[in-house]
Structures are given as C-alpha cells and as structure tokens.
Design a protein around this ligand. Structure first.
Ligand code: UDX
Length: 436
C-alpha cells in the first residue's frame, strides 16, 4: 500500500484523500488553514457531503488517515503528493494559480526523496510543465528525482464519494509513462477504465468535459426558450432526444441553468485560454450568455405575472447551486434573489443546508424555517433548487399560506396542470403554461 500526501482539504482533496485511505493506502491530508485541520481532527467536516464523515471517521480510527498543517510531516516518506488546492477565477477569467504555485514551491522546499507529484486541481493547459519548472528552479538543480502527473477530477458535489469510487474513467497525463502507471496502480482496485495520455491532453480533457456538459445544459435551455414560444414541452423534448443512444438522457434538464464551483470557472477559463491564443471561442461565449439569461428570464416571468416587483414579497425555495450541497458559489438562486431585491421586492427564503452562507452573501434575505413559512404571505413562490424535500409539498397548505397565487418552478419538478387546477398561476421553464 502506498503512502500518499494530499495538499488541500476542499471537496477534491478531502474526498480524494479519504477515498484513497478507504482503499487501504496511508494518507495524510494537509491544509494551510489551521482552523480547518483542527475541525477535521475533531471529526467536524468543513463541507456538507453525504457519506463523507462516516468514511473519514472509519479511516481515521483505522489509523490510515490523518490531518496536518505541516508539510514536513505530510511529505515524510510520501511516494505521491496530490495537489488539490483551489484555482478560483481571476477577474478576466484566468484561473488564479497562486495556491498551486505555493503548493509546488513548498513541496520543493521540503523534498528530500523521490516523489510523484499529481495535479488534481483544475489548472490551465500547460500547468503541469510549469509546476515542473517551479520545482526544478527552486532547488537550483539539486531536487531529488520527481515527476508530474495530471489526474483531473470529475467529482460532482453531493455524490463526490460515489463518483470517486465508481468513476466512468480515470485520466492520467504525464511526460513520464512509468510515473503515470504508478498512479494508475493506486486506482487499480476501482476496476475503472484508465486512460494514460500526455500532460497537456489530460489537462484539456477536464476543461473539454466540463465545457461540453455546460454546453448541453445551455443547449437544452435554448431549446426550452424556443419551446415556450412555439408551445412545445421541453421536458418531453429532452426525453425524446435522450432516447437516442448517440445523445443520451443526462444533463438535459432545462431550468435555471448551471452554477457551482466548476462549470462557471472552467468554461470562462477555457474561453480565456482560447482568446489569449488568438482563437475566437464563440460557442463557449454563447453557452455562458444563455446560462446568465435563464436567471433573468425567471425574474422577468415573475415580474410580468405580478405586474412589477416593487413592494412585492417573493418566497424562494432553494439557495445552493444544486441539491445535496451547501455550496452557493455562482448559484442561480442568489443571482435571482439579488435581482428581485434590486427591483424593490422583499425576499424570504429557505434552503435545507445553505442558509447561513447565503445570508452572509445577501444580508437582506429573510430566512424562513421551512417551505411553508417561506410561502407565508408571498405574492409569488420561486423554486430555484430541486431539493428532494421540495418535490412533494402540501400545496393546499402552501396556497392557504400565500397571499398571491404565482408559482415559478425554475427546475420543472412540479406538475403544472395539477397546480393550475388548484388555482395557482404556474410557470415552468420551457413547458406549456397550463390554462393558456
Ligand atoms: C461538475 C461536474 O459534473 C464534475 O464532473 C466536475 O468535475 C465538477 O463540476 P458539480 O459542479 O458538482 O460537478 O455539479 P453538476 O452535478 O455537474 O451540476 C452543475 C450545474 O448544472 C448545477 O447547477 C445543476 O443544477 C446544473 N444542471 C445539471 C442543470 O441545470 N441541468 C442538468 O441537466 C444538469
């Protein structure tokens, strides 16, 4: 079994380190954030991820997983150092590489034995080579032998543990095939297809995959808008399309579009990389524009239905960018809340996990304890995130609580006809409006 060090305890690092330890490897997870490590050492997860705490606890108890802020301790005897630090977007869309740089430099300054450095952070194409240069430069040619392997992550928040344990594929890129094969051995027990390629191609696979998925969603949202104007039903259209094996059914849910920590940042960064190399990424640009527009369309629908937003009270169900996470990064719900507030509406909201963080972002949000309180005396109710607990609500109770009767189902999860028959004015995204 291998000795692994994982740098960064965000979604990617914590899930990667924990899952490797669960496969029997000895893992030390490192973070420079002392509070985070202290919490982890006390069994408190820094993120909400179903199933994660249980596996962390099990592997800590088994002595295979530990947490530290010390590079010296983490790198001691490590055969592999995974870099899984954040790469946020800078203002112009460029990925901000300061944390990757810092991790590479600190590894270099502590290195006293050969090591394979594995890049898991989503980094611009060419970063693997750059990391190699940093490490070489740091030690003036005296660095012990090392290799850099790119191993992009394809974990979805909310199902990250499962995605790690049952990947569709493992992608590894390196200029050194032997090093890539050693990393492949770490994943062997998962029995997943493993693809070994060169460094830059592996880095590109990550961007291209995320951009493609984002494109599918923007595509179906554009179709949704066309459906609306032609009286067709995008849910059925997507179902019909998805039955074609060449297309497949996933990532064709029309609605408020994508948010989160990956799609927005990665599509933007890919477009930026293209532009700086003289390409014109017109498809990527359209994909981003359509996504932004969905949020505006949702607000406009409610505005039109209510004859203006000023002085109106709107209930908002769901704040996280998708269900089963407390992450609100680039969440459509928060953008919608901001637009409503800017137009003079009062917004009362509920989310099963993301209330605290949303309130910090938007202090004017009035938080409620459950969906029914959220509907209390509102002119309109908007569903922004399709948490399971919103799927079968008691709409008689909602109706009795609401002042108005307008419902905007931003994720097309409710039966519009049923709601119409109960007396609601129902709007979905790309589905026929009952009663029209
Ligand atoms: C994504 C990728 O799926 C993962 O492989 C990558 O490495 C990290 O980014 P994640 O951001 O956790 O994962 O969420 P994902 O489940 O992919 O959804 C992204 C966004 O798209 C969410 O806002 C979701 O609501 C939206 N979405 C998804 C749709 O609007 N329609 C769909 O059909 C699917």
């Amino acid at each position: 079994m291998a000795k692994i060090c994982v740098i960064g305890t965000g979604y990617v690092g914590l899930v990667t380190g924990t899952c490797f330890s669960d496969m029997g490897h000895r893992v030390t997870c490192l973070d420079i954030n002392e509070k985070r490590i202290e919490k982890l050492n006390n069994g408190i997860m820094p993120i909400y991820e179903p199933g994660l705490k249980q596996i962390v606890d099990q592997n800590v108890d088994a002595g295979r997983l530990n947490f530290t802020t010390s590079y010296q301790e983490a790198l001691k005897d490590a055969e592999f150092a995974f870099i899984a630090v954040g790469t946020p977007s800078s203002v112009d869309g460029d990925a901000d590489m300061q944390y990757v740089k810092m991790a590479a430099e600190t590894i270099a300054s502590h290195l006293d034995h050969p090591i394979i450095i594995v890049n898991k952070s989503t980094v611009p194409v060419g970063t693997g080579d750059w990391v190699s240069e940093i490490i070489k430069d740091m030690n003036g040619g005296t660095t012990p032998p090392f290799c850099v392997v790119s191993n992009p992550e394809f974990l979805r928040e909310g199902s990250a543990v499962n995605d790690f344990m049952e990947p569709d594929r493992v992608v590894l890129g390196s200029t050194n095939r032997e090093a890539a094969e050693k990393v492949a051995d770490l994943y062997e027990a998962l029995r997943a297809p493993i693809m070994i390629t060169d460094l830059r191609t592996a880095e590109m696979i990550k961007y291209a995959s995320n951009a493609f998925l984002a494109t599918r969603i923007s595509f179906i949202n554009e179709i949704a808008n066309i459906c609306e104007s032609l009286g067709a039903d995008v849910k059925e259209v997507a179902r019909g399309m998805g039955m074609d094996k060449r297309i497949g059914p996933s990532f064709l849910d029309a609605g408020l579009g994508w948010g989160g920590s990956c799609f927005p940042k990665d599509v933007k960064a890919l477009a930026h990389m293209a532009e700086t190399r003289g390409s014109h990424p017109q498809l990527l640009q359209a994909v981003m524009d359509i996504n932004q527009n969905q949020r505006k369309r949702a607000v406009q629908k409610v505005e039109k239905a209510l004859g203006g937003l000023k002085g109106k009270t709107i209930g908002l169900l769901g704040l996280s960018f998708k269900p089963n996470t407390d992450d609100t990064r680039d969440a459509p719900a928060l953008d919608i809340a901001r637009m409503l507030l800017e137009s003079g509406a009062v917004v009362q909201a509920f989310d099963p996990q993301a209330m605290e963080v949303s309130k910090k972002e938007i202090p004017q949000l009035q938080l409620r304890k459950n969906p029914y309180e959220t509907a209390e005396a509102v002119d309109a109710l908007i569903l922004a995130t399709e948490w399971n607990e919103f799927k079968s609500l008691d709409f008689e109770r909602i109706k009795a609580n609401m002042k108005g009767n307008v419902i905007l189902d931003g994720r097309n999860i409710w039966d519009g006809t049923e709601l119409y028959e109960m007396g609601f004015t129902y709007f979905g995204m790309g589905v026929p409006q009952p009663g029209e």
